[in-house]
Design a protein around this ligand. Structure first.
Ligand SMILES: [Zn+2]
Length: 382
């Protein structure tokens, strides 16, 4: 991996590189920010660079070579200097306390563990999820302590990456705090979390805290095209919903966003028919309520909101180059011609109200009927 493979986060990348170049690496970092923005990726790349045998200076930065034995091991997440800590299952019971966390796993669990590490190495945006593993337990921290004592010498820098540090048990967090309090020579601990407020203040105060910002829509859009081969107009649509998270954007890939948007526009079309709309609309509602759950219905209505924002944009600027639904430019223009000088803003208010009602668990059918009523009144009778 290189810094380039990490989406956005230029400020953090520069900060980490500067610390390496100036040889002012703190004992501990806390990389925090919402899920899916590349905190683990940043920590892993940092560990890779500080262990690289022939790092490359680049302008103001420093890159791993990607070729040396250390880089290769780091890229596979099998590096003797890089320790990963994340929630693990308890494993077989009744075994001696001496067994390591991995040795305690059943064959099946061990297989899952290796599979998850492999996926993480291939794509650091993958979240490591093991069955029945919701907490970072004290056993993992005890083991870390032993490792730090045993491997204090040798080449490179030992990097301990604690992912989802907020999932530590109280016991584990207290033990971890002790480790932080006794800084080890040539060791950097990098904790990553999306819930910084759930960490002990005493842990936080011993780390250099780095806030990782949500990604920009443009960054996500570019990543979807480059990493996932998503067509431009779909990537634009998805990034508008991803709220700054690349992994949330990836979740949407499975949702067939385009199909949902077609549903949304069909729904709008059927509700705005001048005559004979009732049976078509109720059929439509029945169909989508059957097919989609509440979360997806929220998404469909949100798609209409974004579509309406495009309507406002085009009606104001007379241009279609800055809209989200680029492939809909013609339909949007027709819509404006068909419903000129309407209060498009009002339609967004109605739709937002509907999304809120879905969140409050109001029956979907009811919410959709209400939406039809409001939008018909607005577009046909006002
Ligand atoms: Zn290297």
């Amino acid at each position: 991996m290189t810094w380039n493979r990490i989406i956005g986060q230029n400020r953090v990348k520069n900060l980490l590189q500067k610390a390496i170049i100036d040889n002012k690496i703190p004992h501990a970092y806390c990389l925090w920010g919402q899920e899916g923005i590349g905190k683990d990726a940043l920590a892993i790349e940092f560990a890779c660079v500080v262990n690289c045998k022939s790092p490359i200076k680049t302008g103001n930065g420093i890159e791993s070579c990607g070729e040396c034995s250390s880089c290769k091991a780091a890229n596979n997440l099998h590096h003797r200097n890089i320790h990963l800590i994340f929630p693990m299952p308890t494993g077989k019971s009744g075994d001696s306390k001496k067994d390591s966390v991995l040795e305690k796993l059943t064959e099946e669990q061990l297989e899952e563990y290796h599979e998850q590490i492999k996926l993480k190495a291939e794509n650091p945006y993958n979240k490591i999820v093991l069955t029945n593993a919701n907490q970072i337990r004290i056993a993992s921290i005890r083991e870390l302590k032993k490792k730090l004592v045993l491997t204090s010498s040798g080449e490179g820098r030992i990097c301990v990456i604690v992912m989802r540090a907020d999932e530590m048990t109280t016991e584990a967090a207290n033990a971890f705090l002790k480790t932080l309090e006794e800084p080890h020579e040539n060791v950097t601990i990098l904790i990553t979390t999306s819930r910084q407020d759930a960490l002990l203040p005493t842990i936080l105060s011993r780390c250099q805290q780095i806030r990782c910002e949500p990604l920009s829509d443009d960054d996500i859009c570019k990543a979807l095209q480059e990493k996932n081969n998503i067509e431009n107009h779909v990537a634009v649509l998805i990034s508008a919903f991803a709220q700054g998270s690349y992994t949330r954007a990836i979740d949407f890939l499975g949702e067939s966003m385009q199909e949902m948007r077609e549903q949304a526009i069909d729904f709008l079309r059927s509700m705005l028919r001048k005559k004979m709309y009732r049976s078509e609309v109720s059929e439509h509602i029945e169909k989508i309520v059957k097919k989609y759950d509440k979360k997806e219905l929220e998404l469909i209505l949100s798609m209409l909101i974004i579509w309406m924002r495009d309507v406002i944009n085009v009606s104001k600027t007379r241009k279609t180059d800055k809209i989200i639904n680029i492939d809909q430019a013609e339909i949007i223009q027709k819509f404006i011609t068909g419903y000129p000088s309407k209060e498009y803003n009002k339609s967004i208010e109605f739709l937002e109200k509907s999304v809120n009602q879905l969140r409050k668990n109001v029956a979907s059918q009811l919410v959709l009927l209400r939406t039809v009523h409001d939008l018909r009144n607005l577009f046909l009778f006002s």
